[in-house]
Write a protein that binds this ligand. Structure first.
Ligand SMILES: Cc1ncc(COP(=O)(O)O)c(C=O)c1O
Length: 350
């Protein structure tokens, strides 16, 4: 795929758009050296009196080093949710184009599609929650622009075969967005290194899960520079705030702590899975490559309510496609997991 191919996928009106040029676009790193009288800020210093760098270059440099990509292959958003929305805005024409999703899947793809008047084509996963690539190929329409694939998948927790995903990227002329929200917990390979090979590949990651910064709202998008150029055209001028940038930079300095926590969460997941395997009302525990797992129970609504009554909130996923009577459980800290185990044993008697 060439630059021309990618630009021809994008909405024409967006390519023509002249982005708002913010005051800090030209002089963001010179704030300390120059007298800044261009952005109507309050000149009295506190840590937040100046607008942030519109392009987040300092943070992107750090991310570029750690992910081994170029600076111009990164776009940052207000959580991955924002990135999903921006991708849809950039590539999908309202009331004309479609995205393709594979239920049960993360709900926000369809929400953002709906908000932007974009149809969501649905190609369900198999009963074992695998991708059905042949059905995907036969369902793609002329105006299908983006296929969203969370890997590992939410809510089921399993990951998909790399070969199947690559086959989809190889055979689709639109954008394939691999959403790696749970990458820290997943022992398989990330698709980030493949953005140089596949020009239609977008990889989304987040600081919300393993990195422990859900409150900061920071999502990362990795793709070839032409896709990033298009996303940069439509972003809000100062789309990532200074507090978030600082929190992320600090976090990137402490990856040893993050990975220690990730290891602990994975150990706790394995302990939990082992402890609950003999609970009678649990009919199935699904394999998980993330920091949560899905279980099938005798009665999803009843067990969800019982857990609530015992002060434990899980996600009732029973309404998701092919997920009748399922609950999705996020792994907590040791004492929280112990509380869940003891709640399950109390519930097993009722
Ligand atoms: C697959 C997937 N993608 C994206 C997100 C949203 O992440 P963020 O907090 O970065 O918006 C989630 C959150 O649950 C998710 O499960």
């Amino acid at each position: 795929m060439t630059k021309k191919d990618i630009f021809s996928l994008a909405r024409k009106e967006i390519l023509k758009l002249i982005p708002y040029k913010s005051a800090r676009d030209d002089f963001s790193s010179d704030q300390k050296k120059m007298i800044m009288m261009d952005a109507n800020e309050n000149p009295f210093e506190n840590d937040l009196n100046r607008y942030p760098d519109p392009m987040q270059n300092k943070l992107k440099k750090r991310i570029a080093e750690s992910k081994k990509v170029n600076l111009d292959e990164i776009y940052l958003g207000n959580g991955s949710d924002d990135i999903i929305n921006q991708l849809i805005i950039a590539f999908c024409r309202p009331n004309i184009d479609s995205i393709l999703i594979c239920p049960p899947t993360f709900g926000m793809y369809e929400v953002h599609a709906n908000l932007n008047l974009i149809k969501s084509l649905k190609v369900p996963l198999s009963l074992q929650f695998n991708l059905e690539e042949e059905s995907i190929f036969s369902s793609i329409q002329k105006n299908t622009k983006i296929i969203f694939i969370p890997n590992p998948n939410n809510p089921t927790g399993n990951s998909f075969s790399d070969l199947k995903i690559q086959k989809i990227i190889d055979n689709f002329s639109g954008i394939v967005a691999i959403d790696e929200a749970y990458s820290e917990f997943y022992e398989g390979d990330s698709f980030v290194p493949l953005i140089s090979k596949y020009k239609n590949l977008v990889v989304i990651q987040t600081f919300s899960k393993g990195q422990g910064l859900a409150g900061a709202r920071l999502g990362m998008c990795f793709a070839n520079k032409y896709i990033i150029e298009i996303l940069n055209k439509i972003k809000a001028p100062y789309n990532i705030n200074s507090l978030t940038v600082d929190a992320a930079l600090k976090k990137l300095d402490k990856q040893d702590i993050v990975y220690q926590q990730v290891r602990e969460i994975i150990e706790e997941k394995n302990r939990l899975l082992n402890e609950i395997k003999n609970v009678k009302f649990i009919k199935k525990i699904y394999k998980s490559d993330a920091n949560f797992f899905m279980i099938k129970v005798d009665n999803g609504d009843k067990r969800y309510q019982q857990l609530l009554n015992l002060g434990i909130v899980v996600r009732n996923t029973s309404k998701y496609h092919n997920c009748k009577n399922t609950l999705r459980i996020t792994v907590g800290k040791k004492d929280e997991n112990n509380a869940l185990i003891s709640a399950f044993s109390k519930m097993d008697l009722k």
